[in-house]
Design a protein around this ligand. Structure first.
Ligand code: GRF
Length: 294
């Protein structure tokens, strides 16, 4: 499996946040102690005043402020703490600093961020204002692996919301935030289950992934992971070309449904019933593992 997960034990997670921490709150309530997939055990902030730290304390989770005295000092302390607490996955949630290439490289594949736009569109700051000024009809949020660029890493999961006439940046921010509170925990579940990872950079399928638009790659990653988990790896290249038979169809149906956030696809759910029983059972199991995770 070209990734770090699944671990076969509950993952130990750290969240890094600079501000109010509503996404942190959603992650804390989704990954409580005893969750077999993983638990948030550490919250780090570069800002001692961050409300996120108070939220962590309220949940009884270790909260550490590392006041910003430059990137080198902050990252040195942060890396040491992540190691000391045996952290498996780091979640940036409203963390307002850019991490250095060394940090990002050390954690590549185990470092996620959430950004309030449909990446690769609108990276950076003041997203909602820019989206409105451009006259977009739809926006959303993206959970992605962090790479060395700003908001450029491989996408894990995206959610969409419509833009309505009369929307202001504030209204849009609130709508996107509500979405994010379900999107981020779901994306983390996909990562922990081994259903999302950065597409392979080498090997037979690397150029296939590169030929896809960034937003389509996560679907194929999930198909890849599912077929591998089902012991059907030889079908992967065929399935990618639409020649994977019923297993390929089952994997694509499951891969689509696994990414559903705030919407549903009743037509696809119905189609699952038309699969041969052996395939259908695997699809249903994959879906229930993500959808009914605590
Ligand atoms: C979220 O919109 C997130 O996408 C962005 O920063 C905001 C953080 O909000 N990276 P909160 O601190 O989680 O409430």
């Amino acid at each position: 499996m070209p990734g770090f997960f699944p671990l076969g034990r509950p993952a130990r997670m750290a969240v890094m946040a600079s501000g109010r921490g509503t996404n942190l709150e959603a992650l804390l309530s989704a990954f409580l102690p005893g969750n077999p997939l993983g638990e948030v055990v550490l919250v780090l902030s570069d800002n001692p005043e961050a409300y996120a730290l108070k939220r962590a304390e309220r949940w009884g989770v270790e909260a550490v402020a590392l006041p910003w005295r430059g990137r080198r000092a902050f990252e040195g302390e942060a890396l040491a703490l992540l190691e000391a607490r045996r952290i498996d996955l780091v979640l940036l949630a409203g963390f307002m600093r850019l991490l250095s290439p060394g940090f990002v490289e050390a954690w590549y594949g185990r470092l996620l961020n959430i950004h309030p736009s449909l990446l690769p569109d609108y990276p950076g700051l003041h997203v909602h204002r820019r989206v409105l000024e451009a006259g977009e009809k739809e926006t959303g949020s993206t959970v992605h692996f962090v790479d060395q660029g700003m908001d450029t890493g491989p996408i894990v999961l995206q959610g969409r919301v419509p833009i309505l006439p009369g929307d202001t940046p504030e209204i849009l921010e609130r709508r996107v935030l509500f979405l994010e509170h379900r999107l981020y925990p779901k994306a983390v579940r996909l990562v922990l289950l081994g259903l999302a990872f950065p597409p392979p950079g080498e090997g037979e399928l690397a150029s296939w992934f590169l030929s896809l638009p960034p937003r389509e790659r996560p679907l194929y990653v999930r198909v890849y992971a599912l077929l591998q988990a089902w012991g059907k790896e030889t079908l992967i290249p065929l399935a990618f070309q639409g020649r994977g038979g019923e297993w390929g169809r089952g994997a694509f149906l499951a891969a689509h449904l696994l990414a559903v956030v705030d919407t549903d696809h009743p037509a696809l759910r119905q189609e699952v019933f038309t699969l041969p029983e052996e395939v259908r059972l695997r699809v249903e199991k994959a879906l229930s593992r993500v959808e009914s995770s605590p």
